[in-house]
Design a protein around this ligand. Sequence first.
Ligand SMILES: Cc1cc2nc3c(=O)[nH]c(=O)nc-3n(C[C@H](O)[C@H](O)[C@H](O)COP(=O)(O)OP(=O)(O)OC[C@H]3O[C@@H](n4cnc5c(N)ncnc54)[C@H](O)[C@@H]3O)c2cc1C
Length: 301
Amino acid sequence: MLSTLANYLKKNNVKIITDAKVLGFIFSKNKISGVKVGEKIIKTDKVILCTGGKTYPITGSTGDGYGWAKESGHTIIMPTPALAPVKIQEAWVSDLQGVSLENAKINLWQNDKKQKSYSGEILFTHFGLSGPLIIDISKVINALLQKGSVAIELELFPEMTISELDKKLILAFRENNKKDIKNYFKEMLSQKILNLILKLAEINPDKKLNFLTKKERQKIVALLKSLKFTVSQVLGFEQAMITSGGVALKEINPKTMRSKIIENLYFAGEVLDLDGPTGGYNLQICWSTGYLAGESAAKII
Ligand SMILES: Cc1cc2nc3c(=O)[nH]c(=O)nc-3n(C[C@H](O)[C@H](O)[C@H](O)COP(=O)(O)OP(=O)(O)OC[C@H]3O[C@@H](n4cnc5c(N)ncnc54)[C@H](O)[C@@H]3O)c2cc1C
């Protein structure tokens, strides 16, 4: 495959330059006539701008392309970090580091009002929450944060109401009254979650179930139904996976990816005002627009 590609490039006199920083475009009349690469100017008939977004800059995508697009007359929709993990205020969240819940039910709260509910996979980290669900809804969390504080509530037994769960535990504790609390719950909860719940409820994990008071049981029920984490921030450009915003789509022909402003300029990938959820959609965006831009730019106009 690679040798076929190498032969094809050689046959068509294609030269690939790597490890070279592009500094900008040279314009002549209403076209780009060259690209500044270090001290050199490379003359060009067509340019495909595909410099990515400005998230995860360690990969080389630092947002340079937005400036060149703007210089070419294009509108830039404010780039913002998207698909990012969330930092949590409560220091005890780090007790849960490494815990992953495949089908967690979570609710977003703002000013004592439930805003939205979601189900999906979440992962606890040393600083807060990540995993596909959290990353997908980070945009919603960010929007809510603009209006005030946000809490993420984890419901560990979503199928039961508080009173149903309480009744279930009264019966179960009666039947297992000789067991200590940490052994009773170990079948249902991850050890780290159980330890945290008991820590927050201030209950000794070795306490036998028949010595548990009504107040202690109710504290456990309340935490099982609502374990709340206060969001301190959605992580920014350094850790977010993609950039939302970018070159406005209305100024690009979607059939060719060609600029409607500069006739020999094409766009592809994350530099565009296009983004999707996790699951390969963002890679698909860059592959599809890249294919189309490459095919269109190669055609003689
Ligand atoms: C950690 C992480 C995980 C991800 N996981 C997924 C996933 O599972 N599924 C998914 O669909 N998407 C995922 N993404 C997003 C996906 O990788 C991007 O959307 C995609 O790579 C964008 O492709 P692109 O070609 O537009 O830009 P990029 O891949 O960012 O490439 C742009 C290139 O332009 C170069 N460049 C920038 N400025 C200059 C300059 N001035 N001179 C020369 N070169 C320059 C950069 O060095 C870079 O090589 C992930 C992203 C990250 C960071």
